[in-house]
Write a protein of this length. Sequence first.
Length: 444
Amino acid sequence: MKFGTYQFSRREKILLVLLAVVVGIIFFNYVVLGKQLPAYRELRGRLKAGQERLAAARQAAASAAELAKKADQARAAWEAARLHLGFTLRGTAPFLEAAQPRDQSLQVLAFRPLPVEKRDPFRVYPYEVTVSGPYPALQDYISQLESLPALTAIHNLKILARQGNNAAVEASFIIDLYDLGEGNPLPAAVALFPSGRVDGFTPPAGAVAAGDGANGAGASPGQGETAGNKPASLSTASASGTVPQNLPPASPAPAGNPGTNPATQPVLAFPADAGQAPQYTLPRLAKDGLVPGPAFQEPLAGNGDVWLEELRVLRNVGPFYVLERPAALAGMNLGRSIGVTLSKDKTKAELKVDLRGRYTRLQGYAGIDDSFANSSGKVKVTIFADGRQLYQGEIRPGDYPQYLDLPLFLVQQLTFSLEWQPGGIGDYDQLLATLASLHFSPAD
């Protein structure tokens, strides 16, 4: 090899080749391995992550409709559970208004809000409460707070006797109000409800009875059919003349409303307000219509629970009457049932019974008889204890009946207020709202 006039020796040629190789290795190591390869690897990693995200997005997009459907079902289940358990009170202002003691002898010394807490999935509003007054009034106030239509918890209860006054006590406690607003649509929260009952339709032992009902025969557990068994046969019930047909009559009556058929509309066979002596009992359904029930008799003490039709009736607008057959509610037969017919033309009914502070708890069901499963109406049920709202719920045709389990400590008068409301599609607007197997536990 010759460079100009200089002739490279063999050794110099080898050194030049080695130098070129070293320079090439340095270049490759610095440029390719040091810069290009890491950039390539980073780019390949980003590409792979992007492909994974794209695949996940495609999968989510494919299942978006199903997820939206499940979310709607979850929200509907949560709302149904909330209404089923009677938790209709929302917001702090209505709570503070409802938390005022109904007994004027009880004095509220403090009702101080504490810092709001976050207890997933709820937001909780704690209140520190101090009250003073007679011990029975304090018991009534605690029962009042526990029976509010809201999810609450009372803890840190302390009761002290007032010095110089043996009849008065001073109590302090903390009541937590759980926010059930639209920001908490979680069906799993039903586990926090009273008794942790997921299936609120399950009756307690002895609550279900399918007896003679109107005939006054004693009903005992085990005679009725529980949910999931064979529903009440409409053909059998219709043969007795007491169950209206689901379909509108084909007579000249207006289509789609069974209430125009005389066979389906209870008629009073006696004047309701004609100077007669008060009956103080619920009427019975006879062949010619409604007839007065037997004369009222005080329930015998020590005989256990008392049924609704055994109580003294102070007001009956509707009217409510005793069914002569077990009520059929979502395939469940329940004896000792009281019914009232409502429709678009007759939207409200009210029943007031006299408790005289003798009972501690109400248990039973509220529903719409299966003979009106195709009705377009629904019923709002509100229960008042001495004018204070104790419960509010909504029942629709074909739904499971709502199980009622309400405290009645020191309650004098109990009022059932039912209101017909448009519920959706249906063949007619008439329905038979039913208070089934409603019984009262007497105080010891």
